[in-house]
Design a binder for this molecule. Structure first.
Ligand code: NAD
Ligand code: NAI
Ligand code: ISE
Length: 337
């Protein structure tokens, strides 16, 4: 069976996901595309030589009879509306992070999905599909370094555009760590504080960059995450776990070591598309397979909600400078353990 997919949002990641659904993955094809900028959508169809119809709005695409599943890759503030419409149409939907830009928006989705009675939503949190994070989790669960006591993490982008604002460091960037560290540690956050170091002159005047986010978890683990989105030198994701008896570090992406010009060097990637390319393939193939099997198993709307509750607390902590509690309601039975 081939799954007919409709894609809303044909920007950077929308185009990349369309490419992988059309050229890399098995069991799916893109039959419909939409973007608020129609030329963007039409260009993807011609560039990739797709047999796909361009829709003038996302809601018509969702309702189209030949669209069996929906990919939402438009910008964050539009996600909630499209995911709710897909649920109303009873169609499985893969939504890029964030599921919605506020916790209330995610709660609306969780409530609609529960009312529908069956999981229809997968959120594009791809890091738990990354081989490096999986290997790190394996080390932690094997007990080789004892219980985790502290984590030192960094999320660095070379540059960001002028539209990127201080709160997006949380809702767009840190949201990946918020999700993956909860999964890695099998723990929940209880409080957060944000501190602002000296500002980089490379950032636009309205943006506070870098930032340091300090979490405490229910088990008492302390986490510091540096977010630095104008670091200039590369796309760099770091995660070091300090345990009772040792230290475990996220592996670097593999790269050829060079001796040249009196230097020993390895390459650092510069684009998020390359850093997690395999993880994106695995997460989306998982979605396609799960839709065919009739049961979604990837990151759920509840995971999207849990991340958004934490993100709301982080944004409040940015504004107040105080330590802000993170309070997550108990997970409903609908979403499993
Ligand atoms: P982008 O700005 O390049 O592309 C977004 C596209 O969506 C644009 O073409 C825009 O015109 C379109 N769009 C916006 N609102 C729309 C609407 N209401 N209906 C239809 N189209 C709409 O952004 P991007 O980098 O591709 O990011 C898109 C989403 O993917 C974001 O939510 C982002 O957080 C997420 N993302 C996730 C990852 C990841 O690592 N998982 C990486 C990049 C982006
Ligand atoms: P982008 O800006 O390149 O693309 C966004 C696209 O959405 C644009 O083409 C825009 O025209 C379109 N769009 C916006 N509003 C729309 C609407 N109402 N209807 C239809 N189209 C609309 O952004 P990018 O980088 O592709 O990010 C898109 C989403 O993907 C974001 O939510 C972002 O957070 C997420 N993302 C996820 C990544 C990941 O690693 N999982 C990496 C990068 C982005
Ligand atoms: C982008 O949307 C992503 O998801 C990238 O993974 C992240 O590094 C970047 O900061 C976001 O803007």
């Amino acid at each position: 069976m081939t799954l007919n997919i409709g894609v809303i949002g044909t920007g950077a990641i929308g185009r990349d996901h369309i490419r992988r659904c059309s050229k890399v993955l098995q069991g799916a094809r893109v039959v419909a595309v939409n973007d608020i900028n129609r030329d963007n959508a039409a260009k993807v169809v011609s560039d990739l030589q797709l047999d796909a119809r361009v829709y003038d709005n996302g809601h018509d695409l969702i309702k189209a009879a030949d669209v069996q599943a929906v990919l939402v890759t438009s910008w964050g503030p539009s996600h909630e509306e499209f995911v709710l419409a897909a649920i109303a149409a009873g169609k499985p939907v893969f939504c890029e992070k964030p599921l919605a830009v506020t916790a209330q928006g995610c709660k609306n989705i969780v409530d609609a999905e529960a009312k529908h009675g069956k999981r229809l939503v997968q959120v594009g949190f791809m890091r738990p599909y990354d081989q490096g994070y999986r290997a790190l989790k394996q080390v932690l669960t094997s007990g080789q370094i004892g219980e985790p006591l502290m984590l030192h993490c960094a999320h660095r982008n070379p540059t960001v555009g002028e539209a990127y604002t201080t709160d997006m460091a949380i809702t767009d960037t840190l949201i990946h760590e918020i999700d993956v560290l909860r999964w890695l540690l099998d723990d929940d956050y209880v409080s957060v504080q944000v501190v602002f170091p000296r500002k980089s002159p490379k950032a636009f005047p309205h943006l506070k960059d870098p930032q340091i986010v300090l979490f405490e978890t229910a088990k008492g683990t302390r986490i510091d995450v540096e977010i630095f989105v104008n670091c200039q030198y590369g796309y760099d994701i770091q995660c070091e776990v300090v345990g009772e008896t040792g230290i475990a570090k996220l592996p670097e992406p593999s790269s050829v070591q060079m001796r040249s010009g009196a230097r020993l060097s390895t390459e650092i990637l510069t684009d998020w598309k390359d850093r997690f390319i395999d993880a994106y393939d695995v997460e989306l193939q998982g979605f396609i397979n799960d839709v065919a099997a009739g049961k979604l198993t990837g990151p759920s709307a509840w995971d999207g909600y849990a991340a958004a509750v934490t993100a709301d607390a982080c944004v409040a902590a940015q504004l107040s400078g105080e330590i802000v509690p993170v309070t997550l309601p108990a997970r409903p039975a609908f979403y499993g353990k």
